[in-house]
Design a protein around this ligand. Structure first.
Ligand code: SF4
Length: 79
C-alpha cells in the first residue's frame, strides 16, 4: 500500500489528464463517504479537487489527494 500511495503522490504532482479524470470521479464518491475525514496535518496540501482537499480515508488512513490518484483500491469497494 505504501508504494501505491507514493505513486499517488507522484501522480498528484504530475497531474496527467487521464489520472485527473479518474481522480475526479473517485473524489465525488469519497466526498459523499462517511469514512472521509478532515485531517489537520493535511490542511496545507492544496488540491484542485476541493471536495477532498485535506481529507483522508479513516479506514486505511491514506490521504485522499494521493489515494484517488493511485492504483490502490477503495477499502470499502466503492471504487
Ligand atoms: S477510499 Fe473508499 S472508504 Fe475511503 S473515503 Fe474514499 S470511498 Fe470512502
Amino acid at each position: 500500500m505504501i508504494n501505491q500511495i507514493l505513486n499517488g503522490w507522484k501522480n498528484f504532482l504530475d497531474k496527467s489528464e487521464v489520472v485527473e479524470e479518474v481522480a475526479k470521479s473517485r473524489a465525488k464518491i469519497c466526498a459523499a463517504c462517511a469514512s472521509a475525514k478532515q485531517g489537520r496535518l493535511l490542511a496545507f496540501i492544496k488540491d484542485s479537487l476541493k471536495e477532498i482537499e485535506g481529507a483522508y480515508c479513516s479506514i486505511c488512513s491514506c490521504p485522499l489527494s494521493a489515494k484517488i490518484r493511485s492504483n490502490d483500491i477503495c477499502p470499502d469497494n466503492k471504487w
